[in-house]
Structures are given as structure tokens and as C-alpha cells.
Design a binder for this molecule. Sequence first.
Ligand SMILES: Nc1ncnc2c1ncn2[C@@H]1O[C@H](COP(=O)(O)OP(=O)(O)OP(=O)(O)O)[C@@H](O)[C@H]1O
Length: 500
Amino acid sequence: VCLQKKIRKDPEPGKAFAAATVIGSRRPPAAVTRAPICAAGGTGANKRKAWDLKGKVSDMEVKMRDYQTKVKSVNKENEVLRGTMVQSQTRVAEIEKELERQRGQIRYQDLINELCHTVVIVICLLGETVTQQKDELHAGEMERRRLHNTIQELKGNIRVFCRVRPVVDGGVSKHIQLPASDTKMITLAKTEESHTGKTTDTQKNYNFSFDRVFGPAASQQEIFEEISLLVQSALDGYNVCCFAYGQTGSGKTYTMEGDEFTETRGVIPRAVQQVFKAAEKLAAQGWEFNFTASFVEIYNESLRDLLYTGKASKRPEHEIRKSVTNEVTITNLTYEKVVNEDQVLGLIALANQNRSTAQTAQNDRSSRSHSVFQLDIEGVNGGRDIKCKSTLCLVDLAGSERMLKSQSQGERFKEMTAINGSLSNLGIVISALANKENYIPYRNSKLTYLLQGCLGGNSKTLMFVNIAPEPDSFGETLNSLRFASKVNDCVIGTASANRK
Ligand SMILES: Nc1ncnc2c1ncn2[C@@H]1O[C@H](COP(=O)(O)OP(=O)(O)OP(=O)(O)O)[C@@H](O)[C@H]1O
């Protein structure tokens, strides 16, 4: 390129040659330096040289053009290659990114695998701990049962609680005294007027002591707290019976059933609630329970199914049967499988509709029959191969008042005779049990025949004696307390759980 430029700038042939020589080599040939070139007046040799030079220049020009073309195409190729290179770099960056992501995933997978492994180990360890804790829990539960029932036995397998109803008009009953310092005592005080009028009136006190005496202010909750321990025993496999005794209007139904408000609910709905709650807790320890409810009424010494829903004309007859294993059942009775508290409460409502009530002179909602609610409990602990079976029996007895006062006549008289007969037989059976007599006259009344499982050896029994506080009920109150005292003196043999 330099050579070409030189030639263009310097058109004289001799000078052009000299310049070409200078550029081509460091030292010019001696002849050239000694004889300067002269194109117009030079020798033939010089002319030829100039001609050759001219030819070479044109060759070089051709070559140069070739080079230029080549340079151009190389530039183009370079351009294309540069584009390809940019694409390749982008792709490489993408591949690197992808590789990085995959490397990350591989690390993540490793982490997951490691985590899974750890989790499996932890689960195994937890499994062992859970089994160990279940064993400990079961041992603890068995110990709790043993201690709980030992305490119940020490308290006595038949216990009597006395409950005094509040006075209807809110007044105070002077003849009933409840010492504040002693929750087991009740005194009935009777003032006897002097017959002659010359001597002062005398006061006669009748003192009674029971397992617990509840005054008129005692709440339903307070009452139930004492019984709830027995309800727990029913789930532990012991037969439990709780019954309310007392004259008409003394508060038996209020104690056993109460009313629909949560605060004033009675023993039966509270016991049912406790049974289902406790069964739920025991399920965590492998226990599974089956409950069967029945509700029967003993009216005029005949049995009536309180859960019967058929036509009145088709009401079946019932008989009490005792199996070889001493289990007492009633023929044709509705035995309803129940799974929750609400279902039982529904059955209690149905029983109340069915319950035979009749008007007496003393109480306009007087129940003239004994009502017996039974919940049969069957528990199985499959994992430990243990079974238990028991009955929770809650009884609202008919009023125990004397005939004269209630002015009973006709049908009412018949009812009273049946009620008093069965209640006095209850007293006889309890006395016979207390005296450890060989023969216990359970069969003398339907009530004792039905309750024999709950009164005899293998049971825990609680009796409420309900007291009406009005002064004109003094005689009835004294009778009730005497009866209850007799029951309180009864010591029934140690109960044992029905466990297989
Ligand atoms: N502790 C109490 N607190 C408030 N009210 C009560 C209490 N006990 C009973 N009563 C009320 O006294 C009345 C009579 O009670 P209840 O019907 O329970 O007597 P009862 O002994 O069952 O009579 P019956 O033998 O006729 O069935 C009811 O109105 C009841 O609500």
C-alpha cells in the first residue's frame, strides 16, 4: 500500500524506481546510486527495467485488489463469526445457568434424602417412646382405678346423702338444724307443749348422721361432685346404683333429673355427660366402649317401657329375668344402643313424656312410679386383651308419704299401696343385707328384684334421702331419715370390678 502511494505522488520513472528501491531494501545497489534514473533520456536497459517495474506494479495492484477483496470477505466472515460467537456466548451462559440450577437441584435432592432419613429415624424413636409412654399410661390408669376404688370402698359401698329442699316461700325451717361445723349431721327438733300448761314446753331432738348432709343452698353441681366419683367407678367395671328416696315433693326428681338449664341439671344428665367424656379420654389408651340405655317404670308393681314408641294398645308385657350369670334383664324392653350424650338426653325426654304421672293432693306433678334409668357399659381394650362390663343405674323412687295425709282414694289408694309395699321391701332387703342373712327377699317386689345387682355384693350404691323442710312434713321427714339411717348402717361386702 505504501509503495502504491509513493508511485502516485511521484510520477517521474527514475525517482519512482529510487523510491521503490529505498522502500524495498536498506542499501540501494551501487549502480543505482551512482547513475540516477532518467525516463526520457535513459538507456534501453533502464527502459526495460522501468517497463518491468511497471508490470510488477500492475501485478501488485491486481494482487492488492485480490487482497482487498479477500479482506472484505474475511471481514464479512469475521462479522458472521462474531455474530455466531455472540450467540455461542449466550448459549454458553444459558448452559451454565442450567448447570447451576441442576447442581442446585442435586444439592436440594441430597438435602431431601438426608431429611427423609432423619425423619425416619425420629419416627422410629418416637414410636418407641410412644409405646413406652402408652405402657406407662396404662399402668398409671390401672393404678388410678385401684386407688380410686379403694377409696370408694373405704367410704363404704353403700352411702347415704341427705338433701334438704329449700322452703317454697323462702322462709326458715326452725325444726331442721344443720350444724355449720359438721356436714354429716342433721337434727330434727320437736317442741312438745306441756299438756297441763303448768310446766315449760320441752324440746326433743332427733339426731341423724349420714355420709354427707346438703343444706337448702347446695347447688346441683355440688351434689354431683360427690357422685361423679361413683360414675367413674362405673367405667372402671363396677355396678353403680344411685337412687332418691323421700316423700312426694321433697326434691327427688329435681335431684335426679333437675331441669333443662345447664346450672340446674340433675344427676342423670350430668352422669351421662361424664360417662361419655371419660370414655373419650380412655379411647386414647385403647379402650372402646359400647353403651346401651334403657328406661323402665315400675307402676303398681308392673313394668312399663318408658322408651316405647309403638301404639298404646300394643304395649307388650314385661318380665324380669335372671340369667345363670346373675345378669338381670327385662323381656320385650327397648335396649337402645347409644353413642353420645345428646342421644341419651333425647331418650330421657322421651321417657319423661311416657312417664306415668298422676295428681295427688300434695304435689300437682307427682310421680307415682319408680323410674329406673340404666346404662349398660361394655369396655374392651383390644391391645391389652381386657374387657369390663358394668351397669350405671339411676333411680327416681316414687313418693314415700303416708296414706292418710295424701287423702288417697280409689286408684290413688292402689298406687300408694304398691309404692309403700315396694319401698318397705327395699328397707327389708337392705336390712337383710346388713345382717348378712342367708336369704335376701329380692323377689318380694319388682323394685328390689330389678335392683338386686346394684344392692348386692358387687356394687356401689348411693342413696339420697330428700327432705321437705315444711313443719307439717315433720312426721314424713322423721320416717325418711329413719329409713335412710337403716340403709346407712348397712355394710355391703367389698365390690369387685366385672373384668375379664
Ligand atoms: N334443691 C332444690 N332447689 C330448688 N327447687 C327445688 C329443689 N328441690 C326441689 N325443688 C322444687 O320443688 C318441687 C318438687 O320437687 P320434685 O318434683 O323434685 O319432688 P319429688 O320428690 O320428685 O316429688 P314426686 O315424688 O311427686 O315426684 C319442684 O318444683 C322442684 O323444682
